[in-house]
Design a protein around this ligand. Structure first.
Ligand code: PLP
Length: 397
């Protein structure tokens, strides 16, 4: 073979998908594996949205659409931004893409020049480092602490700032930590971004999943200056249990939105016409299934954190958002468990999969080896059984 792309070769495969594949392989060979490695809601897409998808097919809405999405969907998204986030955008500032991940990619491609630096926190969502690198930038990470709710602030940003700093990625509610930034915390970061003339990519995919009376605030809504610097990323995947439909969207300053739309027009044309039609129904139709889903997630969150905190040598904070918990397993690193030497979160995850048939994601995938991530996007029954298995292995406090 002639030589392959250096950039392509440097891309790491997703560790979360690798663990999931291993667990699925065990399940298909008949093993009774409980998976806490899931990154998607376990509910079906709400009926009204499914029916809208069928209707779209029957009506022949099966052709190309404008590159940045149908006007109808972009208008619905503008209304969503106004109603939920008090943000005013015109449809031309909205770019609908093939999922939130694709929106983040387009956003990075629109703002980065070679070696520009993009700051985000550790633990990070698995794709941020790779997406930044693919877009030609350099990832710069701030290691956050559990006792600070895994959040960073303007002082942390000062420490890593350089002449090449181009953007910050903020993800609230956060995957994997479940942290939610408060208005004051966002204002501190917004003031820093404005002072230093740095873009903000605000990944708000988990917006609808906040608990304990916590409120999701979009950093872009704080004032006009930060709005102009922010690319808001959101989508249908997590809020409406539509991961497979592949609809994400971005809202940005007109210059940025235009570049994103142009880029998309030459790479993927438009997002799926059927999914776009169904997404209009999702955004404008009844929202009750969303409320039911959130209530169920909340019950599972409380159950899972309670049970996990009963396990010997393990701690976890109660997260405020999304559907993940970070289980602190640092007390086991360097020790032997069930005859297995644990040197990392990967060893710990492998050990759990092997010894109790429970799949979790090693913190290494998120840049922090002291944790494993558990998703509660699974039934209450699985949560009880899975955590019981871990407790039986490690012991009770
Ligand atoms: N951002 C975060 C923090 C996520 O966890 C995910 C999905 O796991 C995404 C973005 C991308 O979502 P999608 O591309 O499915 O819309």
């Amino acid at each position: 073979l002639p030589s392959l792309s250096k950039k392509g070769l440097s891309i790491e495969p997703s560790v979360t998908l690798a663990i999931d594949a291993k667990a699925k392989a065990m399940i298909s060979s008949g093993e009774n594996v409980i998976s806490f490695s899931i990154g998607e809601p376990d509910f079906n897409t709400p009926k009204n949205i499914r029916e809208a998808g069928i209707e779209a097919i029957e009506m022949g809405i099966t052709k190309y659409t404008p590159a940045s999405g149908t006007l109808e969907l972009r208008k619905s998204i503008c209304k969503k931004f106004k109603d939920d986030n008090n943000l005013d955008y015109s449809p031309s500032q909205i770019v609908v893409s093939n999922g939130g991940k694709h929106s983040i990619y387009n956003a990075l491609m629109a703002i980065l020049n070679p070696l520009d630096e993009v700051i985000f926190s550790i633990p990070y969502w698995v794709s941020y480092p790779e997406l930044v690198s693919i877009a030609g930038g350099t990832p710069v990470m701030i290691k956050t602490k559990e006792e600070n709710g895994f959040k960073f602030n303007s002082e942390d940003l000062d420490k890593v700032k350089s002449d090449r700093t181009k953007a910050i990625i903020i993800n609230s509610p956060n995957n994997p930590t479940g942290s939610v930034y408060t208005k004051e915390e966002l204002l501190d970061i917004a003031n820093w971004a404005v002072k230093n003339d740095v873009f903000v990519i605000s990944d708000e995919l988990y917006e609808k999943l906040v608990y304990d009376g916590e409120e999701h605030i979009s950093i872009a809504s704080l004032n006009d200056e930060i709005k102009n610097l922010t690319i808001v990323i959101n989508g249908m995947s997590k809020a409406y249990s539509m991961t497979g439909w592949r609809i994400g969207y971005a809202a940005a300053n007109q210059d940025i939105a235009t570049i994103m739309a142009n880029l998309q027009s030459h790479t993927t044309s438009n997002p799926c016409s059927i999914s776009q039609y169904a997404s209009v129904e999702g955004l404008t139709g009844p929202q009750d299934s969303l409320i039911d889903m959130k209530m169920e997630f909340n019950n599972r969150r409380l159950k899972m954190t309670k049970l996990v905190n009963e396990i010997k040598g393990i701690t976890c904070n109660i997260p405020k958002g999304a559907f993940y918990i970070m289980m602190n397993c640092s007390q086991y690193i360097g020790k032997e468990v069930a005859g297995v030497k644990i040197n990392s979160s990967v060893d710990f995850s492998d050990m759990l999969l092997e010894k109790c048939k429970v799949a979790v994601v090693p913190g290494l995938a998120f840049g922090d080896d002291n944790y494993v991530r558990l998703s509660y996007a699974t039934s209450m029954e699985n949560i009880e059984e899975g955590i019981k298995r871990i407790k039986n292995l490690l012991g009770e406090k």
